[in-house]
Ligand binder design. Sequence first.
Ligand code: UGA
Length: 435
Amino acid sequence: MSAEREPIGVIGTGYVGLVTAAGFAEVGNDVWCIDIDADKIGRLEAGEIPIWEPGLKELVAANRERLHFSTDIGDALAHARLLFVAVGTPPTYSGDADLSAVYSVVDAMPASDDHALVMKSTVPCGTGAHIQRRFAETGKAGFCYVSCPEFLKEGSAVADFLDPDRVVVGDDGDWAGQAVVDLYAPLDAPLVRTDIRSAEMTKLASNAFLATKISFINEIANVCDETGADVVEVARGMGLDPRIGPKFLQAGIGFGGSCFPKDVTALKQMAGNTGYHFQLLNAVIEVNELQKRRVVQKLQKHLGPLTQKKIALLGLAFKPNTDDMREASSLVLSARLLADGAAISVYDPVAEEEARKLIPGVTFAESALAAVAGADAVVLVTEWSEFGELDFAAVAGAMDGRLVVDGRNFLDPVAVRGAGLLYEGIGRPSPRRVS
Ligand code: UGA
């Protein structure tokens, strides 16, 4: 069997599963995509893509004949020996990862010496060992196990899959680890072949480090607010040091999404369960929670009590180029503003449908200009590119008040101020005149 053309199974057709499936189909593999959600499978078969991810629809359409959709895991088992697991591992009330979907897949596997589970879902370190034990205890010791964590980012997931920074494969040195390595060979990415626990930990540590970088720059921004320095300039100066690097140094109103909040908490809990108190991550989480609320203080500073003030939120998704609302900063911000008695109008170019399910009591507008009409203040929450092209003279004309809070330091302060508006960024105090 040619390594490039080995058929594979992918269980779970969410962001990670569907992108992985379409990506491998693009490389030339036949892919059996399995999901328990019959409605989703029906939509996928009809050519509909249940999530908004740039380039995914086109990639699925271009490789339609190599993609097979089914609700029956047996279809994947019959055609493929490598079964990628890409099911959700959401947080539980205790902050640990909920592995029930992972274990439903594990328990659905038959005894076999010819198959392997390849774990893409983010799981605590030690999960692989636990699954191997479970296989051994249920007469399925021949079922192989590989950890192959996913590092793709929503919004650029297709490009990230096809051109990864690295591929991490954790295995026991059996045929399955080598088969996964061969599968990724056409992508020509740096390979980290390691043991299963180290692969699991690499994923958690990567996300926790990136989240730490964001909370760090957010704290620097808060100090900039007090001292008159501009965090954008500070980050530019820091980022040129190759040991620091320029990425993930954008201060803002906090990180969200389905990964960072969950994975940072899961790593903290996992460490705690072993008896180690991961101090640093407590701070990362707390800084992020406070950061989402800082905008409220900025609004109060200019507007006084927010009761009956009209606030427009531009962008709702946790970041641009996605309709994903999970742990979006807009959820906390809108709830805080509503609790303070403000009237809120919102606009997001893509996430409105998802947002309507989660944000009650706000008015959804059809455009940015419609959202800002009559507003006392505008808050940029998500840096969609179209907000960078806003006509601020028109914005100023439509608003009642003058305040623009740029929650992502995305707008051009000169353009905003030039339209007669008051610009407030995150860690970007008004320039001080040098006399
Ligand atoms: C993140 C990681 O970047 C991926 O490598 C990883 O595979 C993924 O989690 C996962 O575990 O599945 P993602 O959640 O899609 O990807 O989004 P990011 O682009 O990392 O952004 C996360 C959050 O951080 C967003 O709310 C974003 O606005 C915020 N952020 C990012 C900042 O506030 N500042 C920055 O400088 C960068």
